[in-house]
Design a protein around this ligand. Sequence first.
Ligand SMILES: NC(=O)C1=CN([C@@H]2O[C@H](COP(=O)(O)OP(=O)(O)OC[C@H]3O[C@@H](n4cnc5c(N)ncnc54)[C@H](O)[C@@H]3O)[C@@H](O)[C@H]2O)C=CC1
Length: 434
Amino acid sequence: MSGHQDDYHALVARHEAMRLRNRLLSPASGARTTAPGSGPVPVPGAYDDAAGAADQALVLRHLAAVTPFGELIDRLYESMFGRHPYLRRLFPDSMEFQRSHLERAFWHMIDHLDRPAELAADFARLGREHRRLGVLPVHYEVFESSLVEGLRLCAGGAWSGAAEAAWVRMHRHVSAAMVAGANEALGEPVAWNATVTAHERVGPDLALLRVRPAEPYPYRAGQHARVETPLLPHTWRPYTPAGVPGDELEFHVRRTAPGGVSDALVAHTGVGDVLRLGPPQGTATLDEELTDDVLIVAGGTGWAHAKALLDELSRRRPAGLTARLFLGARDAGGFYDEAALERLEARCPWLGVTRVVDGGPSGPDGRGALMDAVLGSRTSPTDWSGSRQLVYVSGPTGLVAATAWHLTEAGLPPERLRHDPMPVSSPAVPALQP
Ligand SMILES: NC(=O)C1=CN([C@@H]2O[C@H](COP(=O)(O)OP(=O)(O)OC[C@H]3O[C@@H](n4cnc5c(N)ncnc54)[C@H](O)[C@@H]3O)[C@@H](O)[C@H]2O)C=CC1
């Protein structure tokens, strides 16, 4: 698995590095007014695009002093838990996932700082999500002082007060959005208890679970839920309910490593156990108004997401609309839940299904038999510019990145592509130097 993630990260890192470098070298990046030194920074009012772009340039210019982010994150948490030991309880025993999550969040903030409204919307959603972790507004202030201490320790003598002030403004922008997002969600539960009603092993590492939430769980087909098991408190992992909302939700879980949430759900969970679900998230859902044909590319347990979309489509598809599913697996044994797919095929003549066994991803650009089959589904595989299909992709991040890359390269307009946000990986820092 990690080899494929490396490929994926290499692919995304190349794009990120090019994109950020271009931005850094663009004329706008030099247009920065100097920020105050390391003294108190005024709380920002509305962070408009120009101010965001200026702070982005400032952060980027001094990025080498605080990257790679691993050390900054270590220092930050040391400072936070050193000063406020009780906060350690809000985090899982293993901080590994948390660290990589924070690293991605830093890159996301920096990358989107010139679009502050979009950034605020992203972090408002995160704030809503963070309610289940017991995060309070005062914690963001603690985080800010730990961040500042971490930045200073990391950068040492090379640090700039102006860059620090930009980091603080950036952090206040996103934390204000998170607080606002949490406040807006005060009317909904922090999390939903859900009792396991069925647990079926469909492979050595794969299980289908059904759970019944104690209260209705308000998601849309295609959204995912973060799930916590009592075996691993404070550790949440996303899974997509494989169907439209109803009394029960079906989850497809593949065990990826021992000791994690997927291991607990596959091998140590049974009927009667109670899980917790965070609020639904994700935008890879069907449109309110269905006008365009749908193409779905799904790999492995990404089938759960595809199944949810097809379930909804089968209930409200307007006459004439068609759907095409490309389902990938590493080997023939990788297909599961076959009876459900066969039932769907039998009752939906408007659905075409192509199963592709591709032996796993091939090469760093992820183009293998699955991608060839998808591209070949158009009369002109190299020209997707005129496609009227909406393309949904779900599965391993490498598959999502590769599909997005190959289809947009072939001319598919990006707004026709739907998938959950991909993690932003750290660009090669030397490439950022002007
Ligand atoms: N369980 C769920 O509800 C959902 C899971 N997912 C994600 O789907 C993934 C499923 O993993 P597995 O079942 O282990 O699938 P897998 O790793 O066995 O791969 C399934 C298919 O994707 C292709 N693929 C894998 N990595 C690729 C890459 N780097 N480039 C191009 N193609 C690639 C494979 O060749 C194969 O055809 C997980 O990452 C999970 O997070 C996504 C949506 C829902």
